[in-house]
Write a protein that binds this ligand. Structure first.
Ligand code: C2E
Ligand code: CA
Ligand code: CA
Ligand code: CA
Length: 284
């Protein structure tokens, strides 16, 4: 109602924006009301996207990505339901489930005799800033029996820079347990070099927006080369996300990027579909 009134007051120009806003809002409200039932019905699952060592082209990791498959088969992307879960205060429990499920899957692959690889798990801003992260990690380690060296947490650059002292303390705790941490969506969050220098990080994940126009865009070539040089100085490994073409992978290989992930290598898939990759991308 308030929206309709505003529309009348401001006139027609803003109408389409209002309509879009209204629709987004309806979607959010509707998803929100469905999340508790969906959790109960176990409509959430994880898919995994392979990461390769660019120089040797061998499989070295997987990123766990959450999926919501509604009962009528509709897929809701995580970009839509994760923010709502954060808002509802459900992300702590959900994040713990993701962490546990991903670690158990990784251990299952190891137990099947497949060469050990790391499992990257996304940590949301709110999960990172509450005090439960360490407990979630420890629970996942205990339940799965996975060695901590095979977990990697992905924290967005934006999240890490919100409260740098806190970030430093959390990363130190994680480091003490032997867990790797990388900055996700790197290049989008305005990190200062001084901060980066003082954070106990293991790697950087270059945001896909800098990868997509490679190798054509001179600006993006320069940005990626600069990130790679800086990472070398800071002794951090670099993962490129969103690699979609052979030309992108060639460019990254020539410039000495360590790892790559993207549709060109493989889309995210359910665990059972991924086992052949150990044979296809390097021996067991
Ligand atoms: P992200 O962490 O930056 O994940 C990368 C996204 O890029 C994924 O989208 C992935 O499917 C997509 N992607 C992979 N390869 C390519 C490619 O070659 N080209 C393009 N254009 N895209 C590619 P997805 O799965 O929809 O996830 C979106 C975001 O949702 C993630 O971005 C992450 O921020 C969040 N997310 C997903 N799963 C979880 C989770 O379990 N916990 C939390 N906290 N966040 C999650
Ligand atoms: Ca990620
Ligand atoms: Ca990312
Ligand atoms: Ca992203």
């Amino acid at each position: 109602e308030a929206l309709c009134q505003a529309k009348e007051v401001v006139g027609n120009t803003i109408c389409s924006f209002d309509a879009q806003y209204h629709q987004d809002n309806l979607l959010r409200v509707s998803l929100k009301s469905q999340i508790p039932k969906a959790l109960e019905n176990q409509e959430f699952r994880l898919v995994y996207q392979p990461q390769i060592d660019i120089q040797t082209k061998t499989l070295i990791g997987m990123e766990a990505l959450a999926r919501w498959e509604m009962q009528r088969g509709t897929m809701v992307p995580p970009g839509q339901f994760i923010p709502i879960m954060e808002q509802m205060g459900l992300i702590g429990a959900f994040g713990t489930w993701v962490m546990k499920t991903a670690c158990v899957q990784n251990k299952t692959w190891q137990n099947a005799g497949l060469r050990a690889i790391k499992m990257a798990v996304n940590v949301s801003a709110q999960q990172f800033s509450d005090n439960q992260l360490m407990a979630a990690v420890e629970e996942a380690l205990a339940v799965s029996g996975l060695d901590p060296q095979w977990i990697e947490l992905e924290i967005t650059e934006g999240t890490a820079m919100q409260d740098i002292e806190r970030t430093r303390a959390v990363l130190r705790d994680l480091k003490n347990v032997g867990i790797n941490v990388v900055l996700d969506d790197f290049g989008t969050g305005f990190s200062s070099l001084a901060y980066l220098k003082n954070l106990p990080l293991d790697g950087l994940k270059i945001d896909l927006s800098f990868i997509q126009q490679l190798p054509h865009s001179a600006t993006d070539r320069a940005i990626v080369i600069a990130i790679l040089k800086m990472a070398k100085v800071l002794n951090l490994y670099v993962i490129a996300e969103g690699v979609e073409t052979a030309a992108q992978l060639d460019f990254l290989q020539d410039e000495g990027c360590d790892m790559a992930q993207g549709y060109f290598i493989s889309p995210p898939k359910p665990a059972r579909d991924l086992e052949p990759l150990w044979d296809e991308m390097g021996q067991r």
